[in-house]
Design a protein around this ligand. Sequence first.
Ligand code: FAD
Length: 382
Amino acid sequence: MTDVVVVGGGVTGTSIAYHLARDGASVVLVDKAGIAEAPAATWASAGGLRSQGRHAPDRPLTLEAAARWPTLPDELDADLEVRLGGHLHVAETDREIAALEERVAADRAGGIAIELVSGDALRQLAPGLTPRALAGAYTAGDGQAHPARTARAFARAARRLGATIRTGSAATPVVAADRVQGVEVDGTRLPAGTVVLATGAWSVGGLAALGLALPLRWRGLQMLLSEVAAPALAPTVTAVGRNLSLKQSPTGQYMIGGRWFGRPAGEGPAAVPIDAHVARQWSSAAAILPALAGLRLAQSWAGVEAQTPDAMPYLGPAGPSGLYLALGFSNHGFQISPAVGLHVARDILAGPDPLLAPFAPDRAAGADPAATRAFLDEGILL
Ligand SMILES: Cc1cc2nc3c(=O)[nH]c(=O)nc-3n(C[C@H](O)[C@H](O)[C@H](O)COP(=O)(O)OP(=O)(O)OC[C@H]3O[C@@H](n4cnc5c(N)ncnc54)[C@H](O)[C@@H]3O)c2cc1C
């Protein structure tokens, strides 16, 4: 019998499979499509490695991940396009500067190396920023990497360690006597001691089918890519007062994200960009980086992400014994993926890992029902 079946070949599932295999477990990873294929979140992701401004329970994971990203390409023997040009969260008003100061104080207390920059120091970090950018919270160790490459590299490394990677087949957990027996794939039973669901947006239907009533929704999130431009922006950028994530990728193209929803398309989780959002998303980015106004949009896309009411993932056992959830990463699961894989593997193989306690799925039972309903019903138009 296989020790662990991991369902889902995004960056979460592949990282978990790699770490389980590294710790000596027998592992099968199954994805209904390919590794990090459209419209999965890992395929669509902006690839920002941001350690600042996270929830307090995330900080140990984000710190551990930030320490690991510089050497992860060597560890996985792959080019992950890791670029550590720092991350800058900018303020355009005095009120927003107060928000920056709060972020810096909270992050510092949590062990994040962050500083407040303004004036010449800010211009040196990002010379092309609008003069309206008055100050920024800066984390020098942050940056970007390529999410799909990372997931594929985790999968290849897991395979080198003996894991089986099976793509093009959906897996359904098989439950009997309140215990997971394994999964069914292509009409065949695959027995396993533990089944990990790292099924991203598809978890919304998957959990319901298992009778698990955890609050979870999926949304399409859209990304824009500019034509190629000369290298000019080293840090990744977000802004206090805008839905914005902005970076210049290694190709020279600017990648623009933020919390811009796409429109659901088709039967299951899938989404397409909303034109009105594309225009506003682009102009919001150009307001921060004026050079964008002279560039053309080259591409837009939308991928699907599972979101929880408190924007923290569900990590841990839930429902029938032997079932383990690793889902609901709420738009920021890429940066922490190396640490999530490591700790989930430990949690499964060696017993409860205290770092994961705040992410236990049963925390949802204590949530305010009205707030949960409002979250589940929130529309997609901004
Ligand atoms: C547009 C966008 C931008 C983002 N930007 C950032 C960022 O800058 N920084 C950051 O840290 N995070 C970012 N994120 C979030 C991050 O990318 C995600 O949290 C992360 O990729 C989630 O990975 P996952 O493996 O959990 O899910 P996914 O990548 O969605 O993978 C789930 C997989 O499960 C498979 N699956 C589902 N059901 C089954 C089944 N029954 N059987 C077999 N396979 C199944 C699917 O085919 C899919 O491959 C962004 C997300 C989006 C959408």
